[in-house]
Write a protein that binds this ligand. Sequence first.
Ligand code: RI2
Length: 315
Amino acid sequence: MNSELERIAQGISSMEIRGAGRIAVASASALRSVANASTAGTVEEFSSEVKHAARRLVETRPTAVSLPNAMRYVIRHGLNGDMSSVEDARTSVIKAADDFIENANNALHLIGEFGSRRILDGEKVLTVCNSNAAIEVMRHAAAQGKDIEVFAMETRPRFQGRLTATALAEAGITVNLIVDSAARYYVREVDHVIVGADAITANGAVVNKIGTATAALAAHEARTRVSVAAETFKFHPDTVVGELVEIEERDPNEVLPASDHIDGVRVRNPVFDITPSEYIDIIVTERGVIPPQASFYLLTNLFGWHLTERDPWEQ
Ligand code: RI2
């Protein structure tokens, strides 16, 4: 097993590498390393090594579709066409991985640019977890000289809200760290809820860190706008053919350490929840700002010709 592949796969499973965009980029770079280090003697052997690595990565975390979408991109672009030698195939997979990573970085920049136009000077913003895409929007707004104040939900049990608060404070943004259950208390004070996404379905529902749906529901009640910042590789192609998104449930130890075990009590730890499209105003992507109801069209536009194909790592 390639050691860089194993390091990245384990890092994603343990959440040392986390965030839907980051795990996609890290997985693309893992395939790059596999391609680089391969000693395969034939193109077929090389292809099966790359697909095997993709399967290993896809199995690390089930919810964020960014990861399988990154694998689809690298395999479909990298292992396509005429590859007469292992060297051709290697060059092609490395290029596809590099292209995915470059596109992902460019996408974040464009999302920041587009999303920040929706933020007004003096706005107060509520956010959940630690989303690079959502942070990029807020950073762009601040860089344009808009004076914004952010309320960052701490995001139990892993406290990713602290990462967000740190990043925003470093960007010179006024930031308040709040407990998750204070979302409704503050939502009347804020003008805008901005969150990221791990997966967006064909019907425009957004799967994101647990607590997002509660914040969006409170925002809906208070008539506060909800924006989702997400690269197009967060749109879930399988939902067009009727699949449901699997919600990851992690180790109960993250919520209550085994040493604090309470007899007769089962601890549950779902990581994501689903916000229906009715609670979302816009989704900011690198291809533009869309209403959630346009998700189906975006998905068929992005993946339409592949929808009935099996996943490339299963072939
Ligand atoms: P970006 C994270 O998942 C959060 O749910 C966050 O909102 C989402 O990924 C998107 O993050 P986790 O890995 O891709 O913390 O915008 O479970 O960085």
